[in-house]
Design a protein around this ligand. Structure first.
Ligand code: IMP
Length: 505
């Protein structure tokens, strides 16, 4: 990072001991880049506390791009002796870690300081199968999960039938818990179409049929054998991460890496279209065993001036509306197919469906975990104000460069409710009600229409600009507008994918 930017960052971080980085939207805002930057210039330790292999961040290794799902985003700093930890709040899938360590081994990268909490939730094949069977069966009502077993893993935790990473080290305990878990899952899975279940069990992630037995669905012994091997392989990495982090407070600088986004939090997001962990700052802090008051600075990452959503659920500012949402969520949708169908697009197209595709292609908005096209929409301030109410974060705006060629920018300043009378916490909300702060529940949000403020685009390439003052006036006034109308401080604007392309203000 350039010296003046480092100085500005140092002024912002001051004497902070713990900094968190979470997304204030529906995920995919570029947290990975901010974590990498802070690992390079500030932190000694990076810890994850929420989500699991449903997350994904692209890292460039030896000029090749890889997508990592479970390994924390600071892993490239392992060689400098920096620690990456997976906390107790994470749904940890040993199959995925094994795959990702394979990539690091192949590329000659170290992971000597990677720690996994013994208390992290252990993802097991029956959870993955249940997640996929349930989604396949739900038809139009599906949530559009990533199929990584995240929902059932957290359900099992809350239902007191889950496994933890430490069980990998006590194979008899693991076997007993796994068999009990399978017995309970069978009651549900046997009620589904058996062909659907057996087809799903053919997946690589589920042992390519090795974990399947026609009579009992799961071959518990095959799973136990693989998990025993994972235990041997990961033995040296399994620690009491939570106690370790508590002991490092004030000695080492600790960065907390969020997963997904505030609006996907099971506690704060728009039910039922959420993930199953609490991916807000409090959830993250709990997931690594610290206290909320230990966090000195929270950075909230916000895509700007557009936003994205993966999977189902309402998105009031979706460019191209329902047609775009259905296009992105159709079976088999992906980057290549979209490029084939729409080789020429225009971000200024009067056809919003085409405009959405152009924006998605310009921002490379395709899911890191599933490859699905991300739905794109304009920045939604009522949802941002909602997230900020409890996040109280300093904002980092990302991906502004994606809209360098746009002639007009829309920002949603308010929601207008257009549905039937809705009883909400002692109030009746009627059609025509305007809201400055969103109500995120899907059954309400799906009737909310955006009220836009329109701004002229900056229509200039902003790459290489390293000072806020050097940015185009039109872009700066948009940043100030967001700051004022969301009543939050913008700490930085990211103008490209490299670490250098970050302007602290
Ligand atoms: P699950 O977390 O796989 O259960 O998926 C639940 C919802 O969260 C789906 O709509 C997913 O698309 C969404 N989701 C989960 N992880 C991410 C993420 O990392 N980025 C964006 N959306 C996500």
């Amino acid at each position: 990072m350039k010296e003046d930017q480092q100085a500005k960052l140092s002024r912002i971080t001051g004497n902070a001991r713990v900094i968190s980085v979470t997304c204030l939207q529906w995920g995919d805002t570029g947290k990975g880049k901010i974590v990498d930057l802070l690992m390079a210039s500030w932190a000694d330790i990076n810890a994850r506390g929420t989500g699991g292999a449903n997350a994904g961040h692209t890292v460039s290794i030896n000029s090749k791009d890889y997508i990592l799902h479970i390994i924390p985003s600071g892993i490239l700093h392992d060689k400098e002796g920096k620690i990456n930890a997976i906390g107790r709040g994470v749904a940890f899938d040993p199959y995925i870690l094994n795959e990702e360590l394979g990539i690091l081994n192949k590329e000659g990268l170290s992971y000597n300081n990677l720690m996994i909490s013994g208390n992290a939730k252990l993802v097991i094949p029956p959870q993955i199968a249940l997640d996929r069977v349930h989604e396949a069966w739900s038809g139009k009502g599906k949530i559009g999960t990533t199929g990584k077993g995240i929902g059932p893993a957290y359900e099992d935790h809350a239902g007191r039938r889950g496994l933890v990473v430490n069980d990998l080290l006590n194979i008899d305990i693991l076997a007993e818990k796994l068999k009990k878990n399978i017995r309970e899952k069978l009651r549900i899975l046997k009620s589904y179409d058996s062909e659907l279940v057996s087809g799903i069990m053919e997946d690589r992630h589920l042992g390519k049929g090795r974990y399947y037995r026609p009579d009992e669905i799961f071959n518990a012994d095959a799973i136990i054998e693989d998990y025993r091997r994972y235990g041997e392989q990961f033995r040296g990495m399994i620690h009491d991460v939570e106690n370790f982090l508590r002991g490092q407070l004030g000695k080492k600088k600790i960065l907390l890496e969020g997963a997904q986004g505030h609006l996907l939090s099971v506690d704060e997001g728009g039910a039922p279209h959420t993930t199953s962990s609490d991916c807000t700052v409090p959830g993250l802090v709990k997931g690594v065993g610290l206290r909320e008051r230990d966090v000195d600075i929270s950075f909230g990452v916000v895509k700007f001036p557009y936003m994205t959503r993966v999977g189902s659920g309402p998105m009031p500012t979706e460019i191209g509306g329902e047609k775009s949402g259905e296009w992105c969520n159709r079976d088999g949708a992906g980057r290549e197919k979209e490029k084939e169908a729409f080789p020429e697009t225009d971000i200024n197209s009067p056809d919003e469906f085409i405009q959405g595709i152009a924006l998605r292609q310009a921002g490379n908005e395709y899911g890191a975990t599933t490859g699905r096209p991300r739905r794109v929409g304009w920045l939604d301030l009522p949802l941002l104000r909602y997230a900020l109410q409890s996040a109280g974060a300093k904002i980092i705006l990302t991906k502004a460069d994606v809209l360098n060629n746009a002639r007009e920018i829309n920002i949603c300043a308010e929601h207008e409710y257009q549905g039937p009378d809705y009883f909400y916490c002692g109030k009746i909300l009627r059609a025509g009600t305007r809201l400055k702060i969103a109500i995120p529940g899907s059954e309400f949000l799906r009737f909310c229409r955006p009220v836009y403020e329109k701004f002229p685009g900056w229509e200039t390439d902003i790459s290489g600009i390293s000072e806020f003052d050097g940015l185009p006036e039109k872009l700066k006034s948009l940043v100030r507008f967001v700051e004022k109308s969301a009543n939050a401080e913008v700490a930085a604007v990211s103008t490209g994918k490299d670490r250098e392309d970050t302007i602290f203000i």
